[in-house]
Design a protein around this ligand. Structure first.
Ligand SMILES: Nc1ncnc2c1ncn2[C@@H]1O[C@H](COP(=O)(O)OP(=O)(O)OP(=O)(O)O)[C@@H](O)[C@H]1O
Ligand SMILES: [Mg+2]
Length: 179
């Protein structure tokens, strides 16, 4: 995986696949503690306990018959390469939370990538899902909540082309320093 934003896309797509209707993405950079933290939480169906121990292991099955894919294990690898780690908590029928951290200044820490593109692709591609996105850099917080946008839009769908273009512009401006 090339960058953090693509990891976010992958983890959030897992949430969508698990039937989530609300996905909360919290990204936090603290250059004093030298930390980059990412939490993605959903209200999807959860991971069965017998699978939970395997989701970080890419070699659990062969690819053709696999039960478990590559997404989370690649994220775990990216974290560990940058002096970080990952934890996966899940409750069946309730939801899943993926927490991962990296040492921000680590030479092998993946670059942030294009967060505005990732978030707008997620929103445009999953108009029935709500996203609550928080990005914090050294205490300065940016919040984006599709539930609020929906209220403002009234009858206009969230994935109307001009809405998505405006969302992308807004995110791109607001997240320019999120590195
Ligand atoms: N948020 C989630 N809710 C429920 N199950 C999940 C969630 N995230 C992961 N899983 C389970 O863990 C498995 C492994 O996820 P992972 O992203 O590593 O691979 P994948 O999505 O199956 O394949 P790939 O990401 O390579 O396309 C998923 O197939 C799914 O069964
Ligand atoms: Mg996946």
């Amino acid at each position: 995986m090339e960058d953090i934003s693509l990891h976010i896309l992958d983890v959030a797509e897992n949430s969508v696949a698990a039937g989530a209707t609300l996905i909360t993405i919290a990204l936090r950079v603290d250059t004093v503690q030298d930390l980059l933290e990412l939490d993605i939480e959903d209200n999807g169906r959860g991971i069965p306990p017998e699978l939970l121990g395997q989701v970080l292991n890419p070699f659990y099955t062969t690819r053709s018959t696999r039960k478990v894919g590559m997404g989370l294990s690649l994220l775990a690898q990216s974290a560990r390469e940058a002096d970080g780690d990952i934890s996966v908590r899940s409750a069946l029928g309730k939801g899943t939370r993926i927490s991962v951290h990296f040492r921000h200044s680590h030479i092998d820490r993946k670059p942030m990538g294009n967060l505005a593109d990732t978030f707008s692709v997620l929103i445009a591609g999953n108009p029935a899902v709500d996203f609550v996105i928080t990005c914090t850099r050294n205490g300065e917080e940016f919040l984006f909540d599709t539930r609020e946008i929906r209220t403002e839009l009234e009858d206009v769908p969230l994935n109307a082309p001009d809405v998505i273009a405006a969302v992308r512009d807004h995110l791109s401006t607001s997240l320019a320093d999120m590195k």
